[in-house]
Design a protein around this ligand. Structure first.
Ligand code: AMP
Ligand code: MG
Length: 391
């Protein structure tokens, strides 16, 4: 049995980024940039007005001054107006500053009288003027390779005139849930049967990584249906098999994979929950065998499958976000594997929830954070710890 760290690094050693592609900005949300992007325009691109009001020359515009309005400058093409002493230009938010102007007076602060205004406030140079490049300088880095593209990133790229963006490849994945006891939700449940919850769990977790499963299928614990499902599944970059990877007579996954030509790199990892985890490949397809217990499937997905998929898609940060929290109660791990406790993080406090057992799905459903407690580690109530979050 290998350590969690070793398992993770062995997986990541095997996996590289997929080929990059150009996508229209509208489809780039949650993708990972495949190159560094630098500003090709400063922001703002030209000096402009921050308000609807009047463009003036501050030095010739004292409180009580009467100015003649020589024209209008709306947002849009620069009308190339030029201002002299005693003059103002009617201006609107985002409009280019007329030449000679160095301040804007808000329209609320003037009294308009025909083609004249009276300024009712003191005016200082620079007031309500947005200077070229004050937000972003030309050449400044806007997006780093491997960074995830968010709504505001897309907006920034659009403001730079990019119609599309080069991002990492799109991974495809298939899910197979194994087990004679499993019934699809919505169907009738007979004694001894349970509903298949891992299929939907894994598909949902894949979606969170920006990958929808191309196929989610259930197969019973027999070699023929398992072999057929695996043969279909390996047409994807990633195949996730839930259940059947442990040591019982009905755990057929490892043997089936081997006979179909898999190279099995990892089987069994020192982590709780999640010990019977398997990783290997058949040709180009990376295969992850996750334990059937739902909490084990969840934890191993987040720690082993998620980083692998993110790397394929070109991400550089593969870790779950970690946040500090005050521990509500003391916790000890006297087992022989690091233990991920499921808990609720609320207002900076982490409280374990539900039964800390690998089948206990209700507790998992109430949890929003994981706390890793190392072997022989004892944590006291009120101690500051770092928990991992995923949503
Ligand atoms: P296995 O890893 O196949 O030995 O399964 C371990 C435990 O997880 C058993 O109690 C199974 O009934 C349960 N289990 C396996 N697959 C699923 C699934 N898809 N949904 C819910 N529970 C499952
Ligand atoms: Mg099973």
């Amino acid at each position: 049995m290998i350590s969690e760290e070793e398992a993770r690094s062995r997986i990541l050693e095997k996996i590289g980024p997929l080929d990059e592609r150009a996508v229209p900005l509208a489809s780039a949300i949650d993708c990972f940039a495949a190159r560094d992007y630098f500003a090709r325009l400063p922001l703002p691109a030209f000096d402009n007005s921050a308000m609807d009001g009047y463009a003036v020359i501050a030095s010739s515009c004292k409180k009580g001054e009467r100015l003649r309005v020589i024209g209008d400058q709306p947002a849009g093409p620069d009308r190339k107006l030029r201002l002299g002493d005693g003059e103002a230009v009617r201006i609107f938010t985002g409009a280019p500053l007329p030449q000679g102007t160095d301040a804007i007076v808000m329209q609320e602060d003037v009294t308009r009288d025909g083609s004249d205004i009276t300024v009712n406030v003191d005016v200082e140079a620079g007031e309500f003027v947005r200077r070229r490049g004050c937000d972003l300088a030309k050449g400044q880095m806007t997006l780093a390779r491997g960074e995830q593209i968010r709504a505001a990133t897309i907006a920034l790229l659009a403001s730079q005139g990019f119609a599309d963006v080069i991002v990492g490849g799109k991974a495809t994945a298939a899910v197979i849930s194994t087990g004679d006891e499993l019934v699809t939700p919505g169907e009738e449940l007979k004694p001894g049967q349970i509903y298949d919850s891992n299929s939907v769990l894994l598909n949902a977790l894949l979606k969170r990584c920006g990958v929808g499963a191309t196929a989610v299928e259930h197969c019973s614990d027999d070699r023929k249906s398992l072999d057929d499902a695996i043969k279909r599944g390996i047409k994807n970059h990633v195949l996730i098999i839930s259940g059947g990877v442990s040591v019982g007579e009905h755990d057929l996954v490892k043997e089936a994979l081997r006979e179909l030509g898999a190279k099995i790199e990892i089987w069994r990892v020192a982590v709780k929950p999640g010990k019977p985890f398997l990783f290997g490949n058949i040709g180009e397809c990376f295969v992850f065998g996750l334990p059937g217990n739902p909490v084990s499937a969840f934890v191993t997905f987040l720690h082993f499958v998620r980083p692998a998929i993110l790397r394929m898609m070109g991400a550089t940060n593969l870790d779950l976000p970690r946040v500090p929290a005050k521990l509500a109660i003391g916790l000890t791990n006297d087992g022989d594997r690091p233990h991920y406790f499921r808990g609720r993080l609320e207002q900076g406090k982490f409280t374990p929830v539900g039964r800390q057992e690998s089948h206990a799905l209700f507790g998992l459903s109430q949890a929003n954070a994981l706390l890793r407690v190392a072997v022989d580690q004892s944590l006291k109530a009120d101690e500051i710890v770092h928990v991992q979050i995923w949503d």
